[in-house]
Structures are given as structure tokens and as C-alpha cells.
Design a protein around this ligand. Structure first.
Ligand SMILES: NC(=O)c1ccc[n+]([C@@H]2O[C@H](COP(=O)([O-])OP(=O)(O)OC[C@H]3O[C@@H](n4cnc5c(N)ncnc54)[C@H](OP(=O)(O)O)[C@@H]3O)[C@@H](O)[C@H]2O)c1
Length: 341
């Protein structure tokens, strides 16, 4: 069985990564179509050893296409995902548009693939926020072992999480610092080069930002609605990979040694945790990798049963494109992806 797959947003950070992961994992596609805005029609994007000519999403006929991996932003997804699904094509969407919709499964395959068995009523499956994905991959096996009550997380998020123009902004501002040019922030609200910004998305009445709120509610939807979560999201001048400093409070006792042993066996997790100089992972080392890395596992003495740890993953891969392709693989394995053609 092989499938016709469209990648919508193929010229973007996530879309390009999707194309490369589909090729790397030899996804059973008989044809892959690259779609973006009409601005990009005719542009070449790489798919394995070949090049694909980009077509316009708005003029593409989805009849006969089995699967659409969508990474073109919330507004485009809001308009197009229902229309695409109505043509018999399953959409796996990377935006936040559908994540909290009760009829849309929000999936991280290592954590809650079974939620797909509840049905794909709208023909849309949501991929979580990049910071949520890596967090729940590490939390799930610990939750199974000792029941998590509460999570406090501070993120150190790379600029690629805000799109390709955000990466250009870090590059041009860094250059501007060295040549003493004036710096005008465009994508980020303040200068990002040689700085950190405690703000992602927009502010809510609660004082949290939308980026923080997403981590809080998505973790509950994917893992367990009883887990209390508080997040602080910080943008840092790193190109790829998000890092997270995480404090976890459990119902039952769990030692750092036991957590390390559990995480070593957990799907999608790699533990790098030597208590010595350099015995932990940094974002530069996680870039281009599939794993969610966990380091600095230690007791949190501020609560009765607590652990602290450092979690790092490539936000464009596990945080977006890889997770989407893994969802597609689950659909195939569970015979949930019917050929449209
Ligand atoms: N970056 C991450 O770590 C990450 C993680 C999880 C989820 N996401 C989500 O994934 C989505 C894409 O993120 P990104 O970082 O890849 O952004 P990006 O680099 O800015 O790319 C945006 C893509 O959307 C396309 N697009 C824009 N308007 C369109 C339209 N009207 N019709 C069709 N295509 C259109 C763009 O095509 P043109 O080049 O033609 O403009 C481009 O291919 C966003 O919803 C984002 O929130 C990102």
C-alpha cells in the first residue's frame, strides 16, 4: 500500500523538515506534493535526492490525496483543513487551531496513540505545541510510575519555533551587533541577539501568555487532566532545539535513580546524565536528532516527592515534523489511513 501525501507549508521551517523526514523514514508514499502560498509557486524544495516544484495550496485539488501534513499556520489551517478533510484527505495539522477541539485528537504517539481509536471525526488530527511534545514524552513514563501531581516548567525556546523569518532576525541582529548597525526588532517584541525574551504569543487576562497556556492545557489533554501545570516561556538566541527546566511533584515516592532507569527504557527518550562537566545535553547537540534528551535528573527537595530535570529536543523534528510523520505511521499501522484514490 502506498499513499499520495501533500505537505502544505512546504517552504517553511517545519514543512522542509517534514519533506526530509518523509524521505529519511522511507514513508510509503507513491507521490509527494509540495504546497505553499501562491508567492512560492514554482520554487524548488528538496525531497530526498529529488526536487519538488511548489504548487499553490489554494488551487490544489485534494481529491485522490490520502494525507495532508499541514504546517502553514493557524489562519490557513482554519480555512483549509475542513475543506481538505471534506475531500477525503486526512489532515495532520501543526498549528494550534484545532488542538483543544474536543473532536480532534491531539497526539504524541509515544504517549497517547490510543486516543486515535476514539475516531477522527473531523478528519483532522492535531500535533501539539513544540514545547509540549518533548515535555510529555519525558513525563509519560514517570507519570505511569509515580503519578504526577504538578509540573512547573521554564522553557528556553529557539528562534526556529517562530518560523523562518525569526531565524533570519536572530542572524541579522547578531551581525548588526558586530558591525555596530542599528537594531530594529520586527518578529520578536525586543532584541533577541545576545538577549532573552520572557514572552511568546499574546498576553491573557491571567498574566500567562498564549504560548504558556498551550503547554498547560495541551499537557492535560494528552497526558492527564488532573496534572497541574505552570509554565514560563522564554525565547533565547538559539537557532534550533528547545530546552526546558522542569520541576515535577509526584503522588508516590520516586528517586532520581529510579527515574533515570525508567527514562532509559522509555520510547523516544535518551538519557545523558553524568554529574560532571559537559555531562548533559545542550540545544546545539540535539539539533537534527529525533530523541527527546533528558539530563540533570535530581531530587527536588522543596516538595515531598519531587524531581527536577533538563529536557531538550529539536523543536522542528519531535516538536513538529517528526511527530506529524510518526502520527501518519500510526494511522497506517492501525489501518486508519484509507486510500482516497
Ligand atoms: N517551528 C516550530 O518549531 C513549530 C513547532 C510546532 C508547530 N509549528 C507550527 O507550524 C506552522 C508552520 O511553522 P513554521 O515554523 O514552518 O513557519 P514558517 O517557516 O514561517 O513557514 C510557513 C509556511 O506556511 C506557508 N503559508 C503561509 N501562508 C500560506 C497560505 N496562505 N497558503 C499556503 N501556505 C501558506 C508558507 O509558504 P510561503 O513560503 O509561500 O509563504 C510557508 O511554507 C505554524 O502553525 C507553527 O505554529 C511550528
Amino acid at each position: 500500500m502506498s499513499y499520495k501525501v501533500a505537505v502544505a507549508g512546504a517552504t517553511g521551517n517545519v514543512g522542509r523538515e517534514m519533506l526530509s523526514i518523509l524521505a529519511e523514514r522511507q514513508f510509503p508514499a507513491r507521490e509527494v506534493v509540495a504546497l505553499a502560498s501562491s508567492r512560492s509557486v514554482g520554487v524548488d524544495v528538496s525531497f530526498g535526492d529529488s526536487l519538488l516544484k511548489v504548487k499553490a495550496l489554494e488551487h490544489y485539488d485534494f481529491r485522490g490525496t490520502d494525507l495532508c501534513l499541514m504546517s502553514a499556520g493557524g489562519a490557513v489551517s482554519k480555512e483549509w483543513s475542513p475543506k481538505i478533510a471534506a475531500q477525503g484527505c486526512i489532515v495532520i495539522d501543526n498549528s494550534s487551531q484545532w488542538r483543544m477541539d474536543r473532536e480532534v485528537p491531539l497526539i504524541v504517539p509515544e504517549v497517547n496513540a490510543d486516543a486515535l481509536d476514539g475516531g477522527i471525526k473531523k478528519g483532522i488530527i492535531a500535533n501539539p505545541n513544540c514545547s509540549t511534545a518533548q515535555l510529555v514524552v519525558a513525563l509519560k513514563p514517570l507519570h505511569d510510575a509515580a503519578t504526577i501531581k504538578r509540573v512547573v516548567v521554564a522553557t528556553y525556546q529557539s528562534v526556529s519555533g517562530a518560523g523562518k523569518e525569526a531565524m533570519d532576525e536572530l542572524f541579522s541582529q547578531t551581525r548588526a551587533v558586530f558591525v555596530a548597525d542599528p537594531i530594529e526588532p520586527h518578529i520578536f517584541p525586543k532584541r533577541i541577539a545576545f538577549n532573552v525574551i520572557p514572552h511568546g504569543g499574546t498576553f491573557l487576562d491571567s498574566g500567562y501568555t498564549t504560548e504558556e497556556f498551550k503547554i498547560m492545557v495541551e499537557t492535560q489533554k494528552i497526558l492527564d487532566p488532573n496534572i497541574l501545570v505552570s509554565a514560563t516561556c522564554v525565547r533565547v538566541p538559539v537557532f534550533i532545539s528547545h530546552s526546558e527546566a522542569v520541576h515535577i511533584e509526584f503522588e508516590q515516592p520516586i528517586t532520581a535513580e529510579r527515574a533515570r532507569a525508567i527514562l532509559r527504557e522509555a520510547p523516544g527518550v535518551l538519557v545523558i546524565d553524568k554529574r560532571e562537566d559537559g555531562g548533559y545535553i545542550t540545544p546545539v547537540e540535539a539539533a537534527g536528532e529525533d530523541a527527546t534528551y533528558v539530563s540533570r535528573i535530581r531530587k527536588d527537595p522543596s516538595v515531598e516527592h519531587g524531581l527536577a530535570m533538563w529536557i531538550v529536543s529539536d523543536n522542528l523534528r519531535k516538536g513538529a515534523a517528526l511527530n506529524a510523520v510518526q502520527i501518519a505511521e500510526v494511522l497506517i499501522n492501525r489501518k486508519l489511513l484509507k486510500r482516497a484514490a
